[in-house]
Design a protein around this ligand. Structure first.
Ligand code: BG6
Ligand code: MG
Length: 215
């Protein structure tokens, strides 16, 4: 029944949240603002432009379009510098083994990420070869919770949404999957990802035949 697995990148396959946090926090110094870790949580799954808008809103700062574009570039340059050292050790526990299992079982595999830097990260960590299709922030116009990123992933794989299982760590991402008519596996806490069909805390020790046996 299920033919494809669609993976979010940040927080599901690799842990880049720390790099986004460092870069946003440093950027906040331009307008005297200290981003907290709790706020960083709320930026998960959210596009770069939208993240800046939220931060400026928390900081109570009204910025010109010029400043905003300058800051978006500055944040990304810093982020690129931080991820330039990424390597296969930064693949989250159990992920490679899980990808191995589903590949052998014949599932198609796609990426569905809001990040415009997804391909760089997949290449640095050696994850690229697993993917049959990649839909990232450069290919979508609407951010999660809009289902666009996952619907485009299904389309690229030539499967219907009902044949897809999405793996997500963000509330907005789980919502996107469900709105798109897909099954959603949350990676994180049940209390947070309560819209997901199943929730696991990580891929470590996970057997695909047990996880993907939806009714
Ligand atoms: C998402 C992250 O995957 O990508 C967000 O969870 C990030 O934190 C977004 O803002 C956009 O990423 P990038 O790499 O295009 O700035
Ligand atoms: Mg994520």
């Amino acid at each position: 029944k299920y033919k494809a697995c669609l993976f979010d990148l940040d927080g599901v396959l690799v842990d880049t949240a720390i790099y986004h946090f460092k870069a946003w926090r440093a950027l906040g110094q331009n307008f005297g603002y200290q981003l907290t870790e709790e706020q960083n949580e709320q930026l998960k799954g959210i596009s770069r432009v939208e993240s800046l808008d939220r931060i400026l809103n928390w900081a109570g700062v009204q910025a010109s379009e010029e400043d905003k574009s300058k800051w978006l570039i500055e944040k990304n340059e810093h982020y690129l510098e931080l991820i330039s050292q990424m390597n296969p050790n930064e693949i989250l526990p159990g992920v490679s083994d899980f990808l191995d299992q589903i590949k052998k079982e014949g599932y198609l595999i796609a990426l569905g990420s809001a990040s415009k830097n997804a391909e760089i990260i997949l290449n640095k960590t050696g994850l690229m070869h697993w993917f049959d299709a990649i839909i990232d922030g450069n290919k979508v116009t609407k951010s999660k919770p809009d289902p666009e990123v996952f619907l485009k992933g299904a389309e690229a794989l030539g499967v219907s949404p009902a044949e897809c299982i999405v793996f997500e760590d963000a509330v907005a991402g789980v919502e996107a999957a469900k709105t798109g008519g897909m099954k959603a596996v949350g990676i994180g806490e049940v209390s947070v990802l309560n819209q997901a069909d199943k929730v696991i805390s990580s891929f470590e020790g996970i057997l695909s035949k047990d996880l993907l046996n939806f009714q």
